[in-house]
Structure formats: structure tokens, C-alpha cells
Design a protein around this ligand. Structure first.
Ligand SMILES: [Mn+2]
Length: 342
């Protein structure tokens, strides 16, 4: 669906006051929370009611974000959330594009006939699930798409909270403008936002300079003791078991970013972080260049995402999960490291 058609369909929806639920994905990140908060705040400026809801808790390093204390966490307040969902006139889904990534909310969502509207930048949205969708994989973040929507209706709607929340989404999804930068408009939008937001330096410090001592030591341990480098496949794998995480007093968000570090080695094209969470093994994939971790995660690990960043999971032991990962690598050898001759 192109942008013109999206606005043709959205315009009548937002013309009269309504109740909106603004939802984002399981294991919410900076873009999930930033885009959702910003969009909800924009809706309230238009005279709507809007509640933000995520399936499970978001990392503590995002708790300072304007409006973050009002986010409903489904697995902590299921009844309240179900009531909000049932009473909504419109359900917005941001930064994900399949009902199955709604965690425990999936069943409730599938049973509701309510109009669902998507704003997202992941690949392969399920178009038939949505009344209308604003989806573009060539945009840095969902937050940037939210900025486009807000600016479509007028820059008078941008205030400090909205601009700050959008910037957090863009900064976190691009690793501070280091990747996922596909078009000059990203900088132009950020320039407009930064005129209205908290100072950029302050936002950056709030996001990144807030590690606990344990979190930094976990990062050191992961790289020094747990990183396996497979030259043949230009791949690095880091795995962290439940026991290892708890020995560093793991808090939600503490493994965020660890997967990016191996890519700083010139020879590495793909980095994988494998972590053990309540009964499931979670994979986080990153790549450089045109190697698509989306394809790999989608084919083998019940996941997907973007060309250079994707996730997945399996319900086996850590040992079997790692064995599976090693087993499939030969399939990608030509793409990962065509020049390698053992
Ligand atoms: Mn995103």
C-alpha cells in the first residue's frame, strides 16, 4: 500500500475522537517503545484516547522516556489490558507486523474484529491482517515512519516529548546512525526533531551511559570467554546460559547490544547471540553487507526481521540450539565467505 492510499484510509479514522490501543512487539526495544509512545501522544493531541501496551517488560534503560511510566505491560496486568483492548475502536500495531509476535496478546487480538492499522519497517507484513498499513523496509525505524505521519499532519504536533521519543527509536535502531541508514531523509527528519527534543547529547547519555557494573562485566565475560569465532564462515557466536546470566544478576535489557560487538572485527560478516530465557532459546542475528539474516532466521529459527538484524527462537536445550546453528552454517558458506579455502 503506498503512502497516498494509507492517508486516504487513515484520514477518516482519525477525524472523530476514538479510543486507540497502541501495541508493540514482544521484548520491546527502543524503537518499539519510542514509536508507540510518540504515536499515542500524537493521537491524544488530536483529541483521541490512546493507551500503549506491550506483551512483556521493556528494559530499564528506557524507563526515563516521556510517558514510559504509563505503558501497560500485558503479562503484569492482563485483565486491565484485555479490557482496554476490547473497548478500543482502533488497534495500532507498531514495529512488528504479525499477530504471532504479540506474545500472550496474540489470542485476544486474533479474536477481535477491531480495525487494525500497521506502521512498521520489517519485511513481509501480513497485509490481509490490516485495514491499512504504512510499511517500508527502507526506513531506519518505525519511529522515523511515525515522524513522517506526524509531519504529514503538520509540524505543530511535534512537541518535546514526541520528538524525544521518536529520536530514541531512530538512535537505537540505527546504533546511533551507524547502520540501517538508507536515505538522506533520516538526517533531515532528525534535524527537525532535534530542534524540538531534549538535547541530543542528553538523550544519548540517557540511553547508553546507564549500565550497571554487572551489565558491563557480563559484556566483558561474553566476549572474552564465550565468543566462538568461525573463520570459515566469517561468523562469531556468543551463547549465554540462564546460569551465566543469573551469575551477573541479569536484568531485562542487559544483553542488548552484545551481538553487535563481534561485527567490529573486520573479518566477521555475521554475529549471533544465543541466550536462554524462560524455557526458550533466543537467537539474535546481525550481519554486514548484503548477507540476509532475515532469510536465515526465517528459514531455520521461526523468526525474521531485517536484512542485517533479525531474531528467532527454538524450544530446545541450549546444546541442541547451538548444534542446529552449526549444522546450517555450511548452507551459507558461499554467501558468508566465498574466498575461504580450508
Ligand atoms: Mn524497529
Amino acid at each position: 500500500m503506498d503512502r497516498t492510499r494509507f492517508f486516504e484510509l487513515l484520514d477518516p479514522v482519525i477525524q472523530s475522537p476514538k479510543r486507540f490501543s497502541v501495541l508493540s512487539h514482544l521484548n520491546p526495544d527502543g524503537d518499539a517503545i519510542g514509536s508507540s509512545l510518540a504515536f499515542a501522544q500524537f493521537l491524544r493531541k488530536l483529541g483521541h484516547e490512546a493507551e500503549v501496551m506491550v506483551p512483556n517488560d521493556f528494559p530499564g534503560f528506557l524507563s526515563w522516556m516521556p510517558g514510559a511510566s504509563g505503558v501497560h505491560v500485558y503479562d503484569r496486568e492482563k485483565d486491565v489490558c484485555n479490557e482496554i483492548l476490547c473497548q478500543s475502536d482502533v488497534i495500532m500495531m507498531l514495529d512488528y507486523n504479525s499477530l504471532s509476535r504479540s506474545g500472550m496478546m496474540s489470542d485476544c487480538l486474533k479474536s477481535l474484529e477491531t480495525k487494525k492499522i500497521l506502521i512498521d519497517h520489517h519485511r513481509d507484513p501480513v497485509e490481509s491482517d490490516f485495514y491499512c498499513l504504512y510499511s517500508d523496509t527502507q526506513v531506519s525505524s518505525t519511529a522515523e515512519l511515525v515522524a513522517e505521519v506526524v509531519l504529514h499532519y503538520g509540524s505543530q504536533y511535534l512537541d518535546e516529548s514526541i520528538a524525544t521519543n521518536i529520536l530514541v527509536g531512530i538512535i537505537t535502531d540505527t546504533g546511533s546512525f551507524a547502520h540501517s541508514m538508507y536515505r538522506p531523509e533520516t538526517f533531515q527528519i532528525c534535524a527537525q526533531l532535534s530542534a524540538k527534543s531534549l538535547p541530543y547529547n542528553a538523550i544519548h547519555q540517557l540511553i547508553y551511559d546507564n549500565f550497571s557494573e554487572n551489565r558491563l562485566r557480563l559484556l566483558g565475560y561474553a566476549i572474552d570467554h564465550k565468543m566462538e569465532v568461525l573463520d570459515e564462515y566469517a561468523t562469531a557466536i556468543i551463547s549465554l546460559s540462564k546460569e551465566e546470566l543469573s551469575s551477573f544478576n541479569y536484568q531485562v535489557g542487559d544483553t542488548e547490544g552484545i551481538v553487535n560487538f563481534p561485527l567490529s572485527m573486520q573479518k566477521i560478516k555475521m554475529s549471533v547471540l544465543v541466550t536462554e530465557r524462560q524455557g526458550i532459546i533466543r537467537f539474535s542475528f546481525r550481519s554486514k553487507g548484503d548477507f540476509s539474516v532475515h532469510e536465515l532466521a526465517n528459514k531455520h529459527f521461526n523468526g525474521g526481521g531485517h536484512t542485517n538484524a533479525a531474531g528467532g527462537n527454538v524450544s530446545t536445550s541450549m546444546e541442541l540450539a547451538l548444534a542446529k546453528l552449526h549444522d546450517i552454517l555450511p548452507e551459507y558458506k558461499e554467501l558468508l565467505n566465498p574466498s575461504h579455502n580450508p
